[in-house]
Design a protein around this ligand. Structure first.
Ligand code: HEC
Ligand code: HEC
Length: 327
């Protein structure tokens, strides 16, 4: 008996040592970094700043960038604390993306911005871990539009030196960034926008490639895949988030299942929910479901048409269980 216990004691000791060694390894290794420099074809990228391109970039950025990078006290894009992150991630801040040449992106080239938006990689080889999304499937013309907007005279982007100290990622983030997450590869050829006459293709592009609705609306934020359809419970809902009061809210099932998804929702109810945050059962949808007023009716309708083609998942979601609200 004693010998068995002794053996167990040793085994446990070895396991604890291994875990401690792995933790130390990741702590020292830090966030992965990569070969410095830019891919050759980005060295002389010059995006046109014509007014239509800037306006389109501003429309996309309103849906994709502003909620994370805006300082709520000034309305400027000097960065802020990401308040929604579960505590295990520690404190993460977003960075200054105003045109300030020291603290913001004023000194970046168009190619550097393109590289960061696609892969999260910087010219010096450092890498922005998963909190800064990577837009690996966005059409080239949409990435160019965002860059044109970043260079524009939008007052929210005027040079401003305010900034937080750089992120000091905790062990949990460091381990995730060395295991689960890695930079997406640069696209091998130009990415064309979808055919606007094909509502399913347009809806799939907007929902999956541009706005990432499936990130929140699949079953688990940590089981979202780079190939959207491979995400756990793809559009089946149930991922846990916090509303503004810090209470748990779970995402809605957006598959066409008639009982638990959007199978019985009318097109107009869907458009009103997505564009204006109207809850089909009355009232307003709960944060973090933010409305997308910059989408046109036609685009919201295309997302609905696409979602109707996603495999239905029968998955009842107790959306407000802990928040004590009625569904
Ligand atoms: C979910 C929140 C989130 C969204 C959405 C987001 N960002 Fe970021 N962004 C971050 C975080 C966090 C960082 C800091 C990452 C790091 O530690 O390197 C960052 C870093 C950056 C940087 C690097 C700045 C620097 O000085 O290193 C740029 C440029 C940037 N974001 C631009 C954008 C643009 C343009 C968009 C919209 C297309 C966008 N971001 C959308 C969270 C976000
Ligand atoms: C940051 C996470 C997040 C993102 C991104 C997001 N949603 Fe949501 N969505 C939610 C949450 C949480 C709810 C539940 C809110 C509630 O029940 O009040 C919700 C609810 C909805 C509803 C209401 C469904 C119903 O049955 O009442 C629709 C429709 C919807 N989202 C569509 C979308 C679409 C389309 C996109 C992409 C353009 C999107 N959402 C992006 C979190 C998100």
């Amino acid at each position: 008996m004693k010998r068995v216990l002794k053996f167990l004691g040793y085994s446990l000791g070895v396991i604890v040592l291994c875990v401690a060694a792995a933790a130390l390894y990741f702590q020292i290794k830090g966030i992965p970094s990569f070969e410095p420099g830019l891919p050759a074809d980005l060295a002389d990228l010059h995006v046109s700043r014509d007014s239509a391109q800037v306006a389109e970039g501003a429309r996309i950025a309103a849906m994709l960038c502003k909620k994370c990078h805006t300082d709520p006290s000034t309305g400027k894009l000097t960065g802020t604390i990401m308040g929604d992150l579960p505590p295990m991630f520690g404190q993460v801040v977003t960075y200054n993306i105003t045109q300030d040449s020291v603290h913001g992106i004023g000194a970046w080239t168009d190619g550097e911005l393109y590289y960061l938006l696609r892969t999260g990689k910087h010219r010096d080889g450092s890498w922005s871990p998963p909190f800064m999304p990577k837009f690996e499937r966005l059409a080239d013309e949409d990435v160019h539009a965002i860059i044109a907007w970043l260079r524009s005279d939008d007052p929210a982007l005027a040079p401003d030196p305010k900034e937080y100290p750089p992120n000091d990622y905790n062990l949990f983030c460091t381990i995730l960034s060395n295991t689960l997450f890695s930079p997406p590869p640069m696209p091998e050829k130009a990415i064309l926008p979808p055919d606007p006459q094909d509502p399913i293709a347009l809806g799939r592009y907007l929902a999956n490639d541009m706005l990432g609705c499936y990130h929140c609306h699949s079953g688990d934020l940590l089981k979202v895949d780079n190939v959207p359809e491979k995400s756990f419970l793809f559009y089946g809902g149930g991922a846990e988030m916090k509303n503004e009061a810090g209470e748990v809210v779970r995402t809605a099932n957006l598959t066409p299942d008639p009982e638990t998804g959007i199978g019985r929702m009318t097109e107009q109810q869907f458009i009103d929910a997505v564009r204006f945050g109207k809850n089909p059962r009355g009232g307003t949808l709960t944060y973090p479901m933010l409305p997308y007023p910059s989408l046109s009716d036609e685009e919201a309708r295309a997302i609905f048409t696409y979602l109707k083609t996603v495999p239905p998942i029968h998955h009842p979601v107790d959306r407000y269980k802990s928040a004590g609200l009625n569904q």
